[in-house]
Every structure is written in structure tokens, then in C-alpha cells.
Design a protein around this ligand. Sequence first.
Ligand SMILES: [Zn+2]
Ligand SMILES: [Zn+2]
Ligand SMILES: [Zn+2]
Length: 105
Amino acid sequence: MSALIFGLQLTTDGRCQHYHGPTDVVANKCARCQQYFACYQCHDAMHAHHFVAMPLTPTAKVVCCGNCRHELTWSQYQTGACPFCQHAFNPRCALHQTIYFQPLK
Ligand SMILES: [Zn+2]
Ligand SMILES: [Zn+2]
Ligand SMILES: [Zn+2]
């Protein structure tokens, strides 16, 4: 079962018109609509509501690897590469962490 990813000018491996570097393959899930998007800008262009950050519970699948479409937990994502296909993730995504993830208090 591979997860669906939405985005503008989406490539087969999960890059979009906003973020399309070689490692920009991670899709993020919106806590409100529970769908994966290539980035929050794609989400906000396609939905009437703004992207809602995912709460980081230990077992929640919060991102999706666009290369192999496996869903990953926060700790799997934090390793910097996909545990299933070994595709590297863009370390600069950390700049946008507050948009995508809600740390548990
Ligand atoms: Zn949403
Ligand atoms: Zn985008
Ligand atoms: Zn993968």
C-alpha cells in the first residue's frame, strides 16, 4: 500500500514546484485533512484551510517518502534518510519544522 501525495506540478518521487532539489522527496501530513502534501505551500494552494502541524507522538506516521511511498514516524525521519529505500532527505527542511510538526509537551 503506497500513500497518496498531493502537490502542484508533483513529480513521481514527491517533489513540487516550490521544493524540487534532489533530496526534496519528503511529503508532510496535515493534521486536519490527514493527507500528504509535497509542501505546505502546495497544501494551502489546494485547500481552504491552512496546513496544521502533526503532533509528534512516538508511533504517528508524520511524513511520507516520495521515493518509495513508505510512511515514516518522526524518529525514522530524523535519521536523515529513508529506512526503506535509503534515499537522503534534505537537512534544510529543519528550517520549516514548526510548520510541519508539533512537539508534544
Ligand atoms: Zn489540511
Ligand atoms: Zn509545494
Ligand atoms: Zn523511501
